[in-house]
Design a protein around this ligand. Sequence first.
Ligand SMILES: [Zn+2]
Length: 83
Amino acid sequence: MAKTTRGKGLWKTPSRGRGICPLCLSTRVKLLYSATNSEGKLLKVCKKCNSVDAATADKAVPTEHLGYRRKHRKELNRQKAAR
Ligand SMILES: [Zn+2]
């Protein structure tokens, strides 16, 4: 079986497969796992949030605009505090 979550294959994926998890807001984690929300929409989430139930997936926040940069950290912490 191909290694879809490891190694060189990740390098050509957007931001090398990493980002901020929309569910647990962990930064710089691999977003290679999926969760489905109640609308049937597939979300890219981290390993910890792999296959969470739809109710949890509905709490996802958009994190694409939050590059892991110092200027975005304030916004990230604000979202973390909001839950
Ligand atoms: Zn997560």
